[in-house]
Design a protein around this ligand. Structure first.
Ligand SMILES: NC(=O)c1ccc[n+]([C@@H]2O[C@H](COP(=O)([O-])OP(=O)(O)OC[C@H]3O[C@@H](n4cnc5c(N)ncnc54)[C@H](OP(=O)(O)O)[C@@H]3O)[C@@H](O)[C@H]2O)c1
Length: 304
């Protein structure tokens, strides 16, 4: 069940970041190409390089990474696999998280100007770029300086040409609106999928502003004791579209808003191709509504 309906897709197949970077509607999240707990090198480095090359050969034009994936090894792997980059490839990276060791407990955030500038310069060096097309502040949770100062630091680097467009990750709708007063924000990214709607308020705010919304873990479906309830709705729709549940979850992201840019991650070329094929699925408004209403979206939860 991996070949979806090839009806004319109802969703647009490209999206413009910041009005000028046109990319395909389904990107690739590179985070899985690291060691366990996103620490260190991907164990089969050659396979990682081959997969990244297959990502680009399959037509993907947007890759999402971060300096904290590894740290650093994910950006270096992308360069080793793909440099010199195809002209139409947009690489988004992020800074602001620091890791004190391989355990997730040892994660913190730093947001002062000197640190974020070092992040951008060293990401540019690792990626082999003179300018980063889309640079995200990875988290708004750093407390060494106010969030607004962190946005101003990105704005400064944009004025200097180090960053082409600014993105913000895992923030609340309120923080997004306050950042927009300081700088032009081209994209936001948040945890949002069939079973997790943390980014729902941010999606609404991004839509109102015409800003790209890139959901992370975009195709995840609940595997806990709520799985039965979700599958009762998802499986019949997936079957009708000759799709897998993961493909349906991605197709729903594309239909949910014209501004979504999902970044599914995978270590398998079969899954990569399945994920990209989801762009050809046309859902009915009833399908989309049935999936959207599986979870409440006005939770008032802050997205960080
Ligand atoms: N901004 C943030 O704070 C933040 C946080 C987390 C992630 N992200 C970004 O979001 C990206 C996506 O998250 P992720 O890398 O965890 O990937 P994901 O899209 O959440 O999915 C990864 C998992 O799904 C499996 N999978 C992928 N395609 C599948 C398919 N067609 N059928 C069945 N299983 C499939 C993968 O296994 P296989 O490898 O076997 O395919 C893997 O176990 C990351 O790479 C990263 O760039 C951002």
């Amino acid at each position: 069940m991996t070949e979806p309906n090839q009806d004319l897709a109802a969703t647009q197949q490209t999206i413009a970041i910041g009005g000028d970077l046109l990319v395909g509607r389904i990107g690739f999240g590179a985070m899985q190409l690291t060691g366990a707990k996103v620490w260190g090198e991907y164990p089969d480095r050659e396979a990682g390089i081959t997969l990244l090359q297959q990502v680009v050969e399959a037509g993907v034009t947007f890759i999402d990474t971060a300096d904290t994936y590894g740290p650093h090894s994910n950006e270096s792997l992308i360069r080793d696999a793909l440099y010199p980059y195809p002209k139409d490839l947009v690489i988004a990276t992020k800074g602001g998280f620091v890791r004190g060791g391989p355990e997730y407990d040892d994660v913190d955030a730093v947001g002062n100007r000197i640190y974020l500038r070092q992040c951008v310069y060293t990401s540019m060096r690792r990626l082999g770029l003179d300018q980063i097309d889309l640079y995200y502040l990875h988290t708004p949770t750093a407390t060494d300086v106010p969030f607004e100062d962190q946005v101003e630091t990105l704005a400064e680097m944009r004025r200097e040409g180090l960053i082409r467009h600014i993105g913000l990750s895992n923030l609340s709708a309120e923080q997004f609106r306050s950042a927009q007063q300081i700088a032009h924000i081209a994209a936001v990214t948040a945890h949002y999928n069939v079973g997790v709607r943390l980014g729902a308020d941010l999606l609404d705010a991004a839509e109102a502003a015409g800003v790209v919304f890139s959901p992370w873990h975009p195709a995840a479906v609940p595997k806990d004791d709520t799985a039965l309830r979700f599958n009762a709705v998802l499986q019949p729709i997936a079957q009708r579209h000759h799709a897998t549940v993961q493909q349906l979850a991605l197709a729903w992201q594309l239909h949910r808003s014209p501004l979504t840019l999902p970044i599914p991650g995978t270590t398998s070329v079969e899954h990569l191709n399945e994920n990209l094929a989801a762009a050809a699925i046309t859902l009915t408004p009833e399908d989309v509504g049935a999936i959207t209403t599986l979870m409440p979206e006005t939770t008032g939860e802050r997205n960080n």
